[in-house]
Design a protein around this ligand. Structure first.
Ligand code: FAD
Length: 457
């Protein structure tokens, strides 16, 4: 009997899973393993929304493996130590896992490779599992990554997509392998009340419904804040309960202009992953240092608190920040305009905002979160680093009837659009009827701070 271990990380599925397929084709017994690693928790992963969603995903994976005659083995501790212990326990010859892109993931792969080889065992790291296309597969001449999206997208689109692997019928796990109990969603505290459920079954059902009923409207409606017309697949792509390669294949098979617009967004995801893979330090450092002198001190801290709590006095900003807190998720347009508000209007360091998002976002990940924050802050890959989103214009344009504001800022539910986006313009007596905060800053003052701080003139 030969045995392989499949180490699950951000790829919690059985469909289209190259490491699982490869392990099953070379060994007759496979141990699917997930390690709750303290270092990952300590690095900021362990936010309640993600822990709750993870519990759903692990339960779903366990069930999917059981339906195939197997099960999931859960261990807790240092990943390298736990994998090595398990490999010895079941005398496995090989370990399969998906390639990651963060500095931590690179170090983990290196640590595992060295430790396993010292014992005469092999590590196989599979690309294009966490992303649709492997970061190393699309490179410009003379550089280790693309710094601009459009040429990356062109090359990414030309690449023949990898074939989607079917889910295995049978997974046979050796007898006698112990497992920690799986975590339960309901034992996680501090979870957002509107958090979506996790798990591969949920992901596949969401994708099916999206392709049937959402995709065709995507191109026209993806920025409509109240319409909520995006896929909401991001948590599933983040935890890997949905394969990005499969999502691309199936969207293209569904066809239409919505399909290409949607595939382009998945490419944005790959784009940020290839930047982080080449520049892991950009999780915390400016990709392009613009010499920012970010505001600090008591006033900046107070304004940041108001931003976090959704009481800046700008209704569309507050609506989006409250959606984040309530659902652990925020509409992309909301992410853009709230991030712009923090970094360009309050002129507060993008790292402060990125940290707050990571504390709450169920889809929060280093590649997409940090690099989108940098994109908005102008320290990243945006070719127009000084653009500023005006929250009033954003509200009027992307929430013209004010329904998004009404949903999340009930204090203003009685106020129609367009006034709902500028309540400060109401006559004082009328304004007093709404228990809604005054603006924490005027836009012109905000713009001034940004220009002076950045020296953008
Ligand atoms: P859809 O519009 O249906 O798009 C389909 C998929 O494409 C998404 O699920 C996502 O995986 C990918 N995608 C879409 N837009 C982007 C983008 N701009 N960059 C990268 N991938 C994209 N996305 C995350 O997954 N995790 C994050 O932590 C995250 N933080 C963000 C922070 C800021 C400041 C900004 C501006 C954007 C951030 N995004 C992040 C990107 C984007 O907002 C979300 O992916 C998207 O809103 C998820 O909703 P959806 O699944 O309905 O997206």
């Amino acid at each position: 009997m030969n045995v392989a271990v499949v180490l699950y990380t951000s790829d919690l599925r059985v469909h289209d899973h190259p490491p699982l397929r490869a392990a099953l084709s070379s060994c007759d017994r496979v141990v699917p393993l997930f390690v709750r690693d303290r270092a990952v928790d300590a690095a900021g992963f362990a936010a309640p929304n993600r822990l709750a969603f993870l519990a759903d995903c692990l339960a779903g994976l366990h069930d999917a493996l059981r339906e195939r005659g197997g099960r999931l083995v859960l261990r807790s501790g240092d990943t390298v130590a736990e994998v090595c212990a398990l490999v010895r326990e079941c005398d496995a010859d090989e370990v399969h896992m998906a390639a990651g892109v963060s500095g931590y993931a690179h170090a983990r792969e290196e640590g595992l490779r060295t430790a396993l080889e010292a014992e005469g065992r092999r590590l196989y790291v599979h690309g294009a599992v966490v992303t649709a296309v492997d970061p190393g597969a699309v490179l410009p001449a003379g550089s280790d990554h693309f710094a601009v999206f459009t040429p990356y997208f062109r090359r990414w689109t030309e690449l023949p997509p990898r074939a989607v692997a079917a889910a295995p019928r049978t997974v046979r796990v050796p007898d006698g392998i112990g497992s920690d109990p799986l975590p339960r969603r309901r034992s996680v505290t501090g979870v957002s009340p509107g958090l979506a459920p996790g798990g591969e079954r949920e992901a596949r059902e969401l994708l099916r419904r999206w392709l049937r009923a959402g995709l065709s409207r995507y191109e026209d409606s993806h920025d409509d804040l109240a319409g909520d017309a995006t896929s909401r697949l991001s948590p599933h792509l983040h935890f890997g309960t949905l394969s990005p390669a499969e999502a691309v294949h199936r969207a293209r098979a569904a066809g239409g202009p919505g399909a290409e617009a949607f595939v382009r967004q998945i490419c944005w995801r790959d784009f940020h992953h290839q930047v982080l893979a080449a520049r892991p330090e950009t999780a915390v450092r400016d990709y392009r240092d613009r010499g920012d002198r970010w505001r600090t001190g008591a006033a900046a801290e107070e304004e940041t608190e108001a931003w976090k709590e959704g009481r800046t006095g700008y209704p569309v900003v507050d609506a989006a920040m409250r959606q984040l807190r309530h659902e652990g998720w925020m509409h992309n347009r909301g992410r853009l305009l709230t991030a712009s508000f923090l970094t360009k209007t309050l002129y507060v360091d993008w790292r402060t905002g990125a940290r707050h998002f990571l504390d709450l976002l169920v889809d929060g990940d280093l590649a997409n979160n940090q690099l989108n924050w940098q994109w908005v802050a102008g320290t990243g890959t945006d070719t127009r680093p000084n653009r500023v989103l005006n929250p009033v214009r954003q509200g009027l344009r992307h929430d013209p009837a004010g329904r998004y504001v009404h949903r999340w800022v009930p204090e203003l539910a009685g106020l129609d659009a367009p006034q709902v986006h500028e309540p400060w313009r109401l006559p004082a007596a009328e304004r007093a009827r709404y228990a809604y905060p005054d603006r924490i800053v005027e836009l012109a003052d905000g713009l001034d701070r940004f220009r002076r701080g950045r020296g953008a003139g």
